[in-house]
Design a protein around this ligand. Structure first.
Ligand code: ADP
Ligand code: ADP
Length: 225
């Protein structure tokens, strides 16, 4: 079924056209990557889907509902950014449990779900620590776990591995894929790293100059020997 539908969306900032005639559909459970140079409109498209900016025209449909004018908190969307933004005074366990407690999930269920995602990101042993006691890579793993744990309808990720070194990026790519496969959540991912897009995506959407230039599977877009 169709999870997300963007129809002919345009967004300008004064004289700057950030997004032009943009249309896109994602099916449930798909992992789709927006790939393109800095300034091509990737973040603007993510923010429009999240409800953090308002398009000048066009429509955004989430789960078959017109969402163009819905406030962000009514969209059931999770976001992960480059800077991990954990709650500094809460333990790792409480950080991940937070979105579940907001939704009044039972504590026994919370324990099961938090332990499962902590194991997936290989950090079961840090549950009782505070964020500042973790490395940057570990904190980003926790931010990813916190986003996946409450199983939002769609997860948007804006260069979540951009602040990490190559070795950590490779490890976290695998963990993001493991979380995605374990929970089957629809993921829209942003990167300017072609190799990362190739490894992770069901489909890749090439953006340039505020437009989608090509859309297809990694095999359709790139020759692979
Ligand atoms: P990307 O995420 O691909 O780097 P962006 O969506 O951030 O691209 O930016 C697209 C274009 O819109 C760029 O020219 C950028 O400078 C411009 N832009 C983005 N946000 C703003 C803003 N808040 N005010 C003015 N211009 C913006
Ligand atoms: P990215 O390439 O990851 O989108 P940017 O540095 O382009 O990062 O943008 C970071 C933030 O600054 C975003 O919130 C974006 O909307 C805003 N921004 C980007 N370009 C401009 C601009 N020309 N004027 C004002 N704000 C901008």
């Amino acid at each position: 079924s169709i999870k997300l539908k963007i129809r002919d969306t345009r967004k300008t900032y004064g004289p700057v056209v950030a997004l032009e005639s943009t249309s896109l559909e994602m099916r449930e459970g798909e992992f789709l990557t927006l790939l393109g140079p800095s300034g091509s409109g990737k973040s603007t498209l993510l923010m429009a889907i999240a409800g953090l900016n308002s398009p000048d025209s066009g429509e955004i449909w989430i789960d078959g509902k017109l969402a163009t004018y819905l406030p962000p908190f009514q969209r059931d969307i999770g976001m992960v950014f480059q800077n991990y933004a954990l709650f500094p005074h809460m333990t790792i366990f409480d950080n991940i449990a937070f979105p579940l407690r907001m939704r009044r999930v039972a504590e026994s269920e919370i324990r099961t779900r938090v332990e499962r995602v902590l194991n997936t990101v290989q950090l079961g042993h840090v549950a009782g620590r505070l964020p500042r006691e973790l490395s940057g890579g570990q904190q980003q793993r926790i931010a990813l776990a916190r986003c996946f744990v409450y199983e939002p309808s769609i997860i948007l990720m804006d260069e979540p591995l951009g602040a990490l070194d190559k070795k950590l990026r490779d490890a976290l790519q695998l963990e993001i894929k493991a979380l995605h496969e374990q929970l089957g959540i629809t993921v829209l991912y942003v990167t300017h790293d072609q190799e990362e897009a190739m490894v992770m995506s069901d489909r890749i959407c090439l953006m340039n100059n505020a437009r989608i230039e090509q859309l297809g599977t990694p095999d359709e877009l790139y020759f692979r020997p």
